[in-house]
Design a binder for this molecule. Structure first.
Ligand code: GLN
Length: 305
């Protein structure tokens, strides 16, 4: 496996020169576009890795499935569905999913920004601090790493430059889709996106999802299997935003991307995969990361289709 990963990394490295590092969050613009790393955790507990797997980065949108899981654990499936829909938007992650004069919950899903911002309001807790603490706790359990914290520079950078997300949140509020104090909700969302992880953390998270809610090796049940089914299905249809259809054809596994250049993939019953390659394609997905997963999927017959 290590040899395979090393070979695929070498084959995909040229793609790191073709994409662009995100800079609408200035802190992300400082990332090294040449970085490339992968980490795989098999269902039997075997770990394999190559390249810059231990470089830390902010989780960004890969936190969205964890936000959804926490919302499901606190409220159940029906309550979550009544607040945010489950259909692919076919639009960019930060799109304003409103019609001419309408914006209803069916236009959203938890993998785009508007849906994820609503998820922040569904997490139980007396204060937003406590809500965030509970989300961080779930992230640590899934990632198998108690030391995971927040990248303060990424958090401050997005909080200062997050006008688009601020606009999305106020729009949700104006349509009655968001309860609570908008700035507090946004603070929770920005903090969530700034949780600092590496490829191994993402492989762990993918392994729990691929194992239907149980941590591999320890067997600890973190959430019910029905929630894993829910999240994995949404990852297939919406996890790569408006690139989800092409990704399903080329790779064919539940996965989530983030603008820091990471991809978390959960191959049902088989493995969790974490990838880091910060140069992005036009849709905000890791360019070399998708190529790496495509090759890995072909070599190991990972596609679920
Ligand atoms: N924090 C980022 C944002 O809201 C996350 C987006 C992403 O990773 N696609 O813009």
């Amino acid at each position: 496996m290590e040899e395979l990963l090393e070979r695929l990394l070498a084959e995909c490295r040229p793609w790191t020169e073709r994409g662009r590092v995100a800079d609408y969050i200035p802190e992300l613009g400082k990332q090294d576009p040449a970085a490339l790393g992968v980490y795989v955790i098999g269902s039997e507990g075997r770990h394999s890795w190559a390249g810059d797997w231990d470089k830390p980065f902010s989780i960004q949108s890969v936190v969205k499935p964890i936000l959804l899981l926490q919302a499901l654990m606190d409220n159940g499936i029906e309550a979550v569905q009544s607040r945010v829909g489950m259909e692919a938007t076919g639009k960019p992650f930060d799109a304003i999913n409103a019609g001419e004069q309408t914006l209803d919950s069916a236009h959203l899903n938890p993998m785009v920004n508007m849906g994820a911002i609503v998820m922040c309001t569904l997490i139980h807790g007396g204060s937003y601090e406590e809500r965030f603490r509970r989300l961080l706790e779930l992230t640590r359990r899934m990632a198998g790493d108690e030391s995971i914290g927040v990248d303060e520079a990424a958090y401050r950078s997005e909080k200062t430059h997050g006008s688009k997300n601020r606009a999305l949140a106020y729009l949700l509020k104006s349509y009655g889709l968001l309860e609570g104090d908008v700035e507090e909700v946004l603070d929770c969302y920005f903090r969530a996106c700034a949780i600092r992880v590496n490829c191994r953390s993402l492989a762990h998270i993918g392994a729990v999802l691929s194992n239907r809610g149980r941590a591999p090796v320890s067997g600890e049940r973190i959430f019910p299997s029905a929630f894993a089914r829910y999240v994995n299905a949404i990852l297939v249809t919406c996890g790569m935003y408006d690139g989800s259809g092409e990704f399903a054809i080329r790779v064919g596994v539940p996965a989530k991307s983030g603008v820091s250049g990471s991809i978390m993939a959960a191959v049902p019953t088989r493995m969790g995969i974490g990838i880091f390659a910060p140069a992005l394609d036009g849709k905000g997905n890791s360019l070399a990361g998708i190529h790496l997963l495509e090759r890995l999927s072909k070599e190991l017959y990972l596609s679920i289709f």
